[in-house]
Design a protein around this ligand. Structure first.
Ligand code: WQD
Length: 339
């Protein structure tokens, strides 16, 4: 049976994608170095689908281990590549770590794929590449702006590497530019597991509601938006996961229109931080403790996707609401904390 390699497959987006791959009938093989997740996520995946994916715990920076992996797993027909460091702030302090881990490992992986005729490659990209867009909603043709962080730059460079390789080889690749993934699987068997103090909004909200954090700090309410707080495009993690399976099937079925394609994966709707808070309270019945503080450096005012290309060309559309995502995030938080 052909298999799909999912690098970073025990991570937040990776694990939800493995579940959707298995439901779609694919065999998933995971590579993860466990640097930003826990091996117990494997039990969660199996609890949902009844199928335990193969797991190889290895660091993609170890070239020999990567080669050994492909020697051992000879039925890989495609790759979904999530494994990367993704903390914007950390990337500013330690850029070489990000260029080595995010760009260097992509090059090794692509060499192995090229040498073994593995030509279906889905890449985890990000709306970060757009910076603060001039026009909203953002289309895939919007200019890629100078990155605001080494993290964002690694996503831009990675897309360029893929475009260059696809132009001169049999590689077919799709980069999915995610907006803001939130929520957890509706079984509450897998979800987001931020290690340490959460950087992202929704896990900080659920940890505040669970009493683990004193109160949420809202980073600024003096932006030029209707309620003064920043606007983002929050997409349910299960919708995002499904987009990867749809993109993979497009490549395997040779339905791609170009060897390298890019799609925005968002809902097409912008929501402010204060709207997320009020939706969370309505969806869960919890009262959230928060205060307004200064802006966070590097935050863009407003970002949300034009999803027409993904809807019409890829044949994928976000179906779940933000309320559903926030409810699932809260159910997951309660499960993890035994509340
Ligand atoms: C969302 C909004 C904050 C925390 C990040 C990465 C990006 C991509 C998606 C990987 C902003 C506000 C947040 C808090 C707050 N990830 N906020 N208090 O920054 O849009 O994007 O995740 O590709 O690369 O940068 O997401 O969840 O950090 O912030 O007020 O405690 O919530 O100011 O407006 P962001 P976020």
């Amino acid at each position: 049976m052909k298999a799909i390699l999912v690098t970073g497959g025990l991570g937040y987006i990776g694990s939800h994608t493995v579940v959707e791959l298995q439901i779609a009938g694919f065999k998933a093989v995971i590579i993860d170095d466990l640097s930003n997740t826990r091996v117990e996520v494997l039990e969660g995946i199996e609890a949902i689908t009844g199928e335990r994916p193969d797991l190889e715990i290895l660091d993609l920076k170890e070239k020999e281990s990567v080669t050994e992996f492909f020697e051992k797993h000879k039925t890989i027909e495609g790759v979904i590549h999530f494994a990367a460091s993704k903390a914007v702030g950390e990337s500013v302090e330690n850029p070489l770590l990000y260029y080595e881990n995010n760009v260097g490992t992509l090059v090794y992986l692509l060499k192995e794929c090229r040498d073994r005729g593995i030509n279906n490659f889905i890449f985890s990209s990000s709306c970060t590449v757009y910076g603060q867009p001039d026009i909203l909603p953002i289309t895939e043709n919007a200019p890629v702006k100078p990155a605001l962080s080494p993290y964002g730059n690694t996503k831009q460079i990675s897309e360029e590497i893929l475009a260059d390789l696809c132009a001169v080889s049999d590689l077919r690749s799709i980069a999915l530019r995610y907006f803001n993934p939130i929520g957890a699987h509706d079984s509450a068997m897998i979800g987001e597991l931020p290690l340490g103090i959460p950087q992202n909004l929704v896990p900080y909200i659920t940890q505040t509601a669970a009493g683990i954090r004193e109160e949420l700090s809202v980073f600024g309410d003096d932006y030029p938006t209707p309620d003064g707080s920043c606007i983002r495009d929050y997409i349910h993690i299960q919708d995002l996961a499904k987009a990867h399976v749809t993109a993979l099937q497009r490549l395997i079925n040779l339905e791609n229109k170009a060897n390298f394609e890019i799609f925005n994966i968002g809902t097409g709707k912008g929501s402010s931080v204060l709207e997320v808070i009020s939706t969370f309270e309505q969806a869960t019945g919890m009262k959230l403790n928060y205060k307004i503080v200064d802006r966070r450096p590097g935050d863009v005012t407003e970002v949300y996707a034009d999803t027409n290309l993904a809807n019409s060309e890829l044949g994928w559309k976000a179906e779940r609401s933000m309320a559903e995502a926030l409810r699932s995030a809260w159910e997951w938080e309660k499960k993890v904390r035994n509340l």
